[in-house]
Design a protein around this ligand. Sequence first.
Ligand code: C2E
Ligand code: CA
Ligand code: CA
Ligand code: CA
Length: 279
Amino acid sequence: AKDNGGGQYHVYHPEMFQRVAHRVMLEGEVRQALAKQQFSLSLQPQICAKTKRLYGFEALLRWQHPERGMISPEDFIPILENSQHMIELGYWIIRRCFELAVAIKKYGLTNSRIAINLSAGQFIDSNLPHFLTELLLEFSLRAQDFELELTEQTLVKDMDHTIAMMQSLKRIGFSFAIDDFGTGYSSLAYLKKMPVDVIKIDKSFIFGMLENHSDFQIITSTIAMVKNLGLIVVAEGVETKAQLRSLTENDCDIIQGYYFSKPIPEAELFAVLDKHTTA
Ligand code: C2E
Ligand code: CA
Ligand code: CA
Ligand code: CA
């Protein structure tokens, strides 16, 4: 920004223009990418800490761009947020998760669930319950086959609307996980007000948990609190055996992270699962 005297700033500085241009470009590309099938999902296993059994998978979006290679969802989802394109892409993601849930059941994993990440824009869309209900019928699946992940940012955006949406999806049978727990602002307030089932402790707390005393304290007291509320607690970003052991000792329910498995590209899922069960 340029100071043009008197403390006045130009509104249109170059960085902002670039950001808008980038966004417009991305929005155009998303539509093409959907048509050209450049999107796919990777599934990351979630494992029960005590029994080491499979609890479910988190579906993570991947964009294989013809020129730019693999683009991280962190580099385009926040930019698309609140656009019609994100809602469209979101519908594609949800439908793909249903297709994968059918394939996973056919493979024999009848009790595992798929966690679907929902962006704030998707959650404001009043057509969402209808869309999900129709898919349950189309694919003969149960709402219990899925878990819907919301971030703290989504929850604080419009509390009343969010609670109403959660309640109507809850009536259909969907469960909710709070993602990136501990990184937002009012974590405790919405635990009281919202029909939440699962808390996912953010990986930023897990990475240094055995070296950093306060991260360790935050984790263990979060686990204790979540369990006292009768909810399920997931640790994400678990990379080492030592982290796994400590989390298990401290009563964490579910483990997700590179220690057990990186996200598995959907095309490789069954080959990887075969290897595990025959190993
Ligand atoms: P997230 O929902 O917090 O997902 C967890 C991220 O942590 C994933 O990154 C996953 O690959 C990564 N991760 C899992 N275990 C480990 C570990 O042990 N070590 C490390 N270093 N990382 C681990 P990814 O796939 O790059 O996704 C980044 C973010 O993009 C997600 O964070 C989520 O916010 C967003 N995202 C991904 N897919 C979707 C989607 O389908 N819809 C929406 N709305 N957002 C999505
Ligand atoms: Ca997530
Ligand atoms: Ca997360
Ligand atoms: Ca995250």
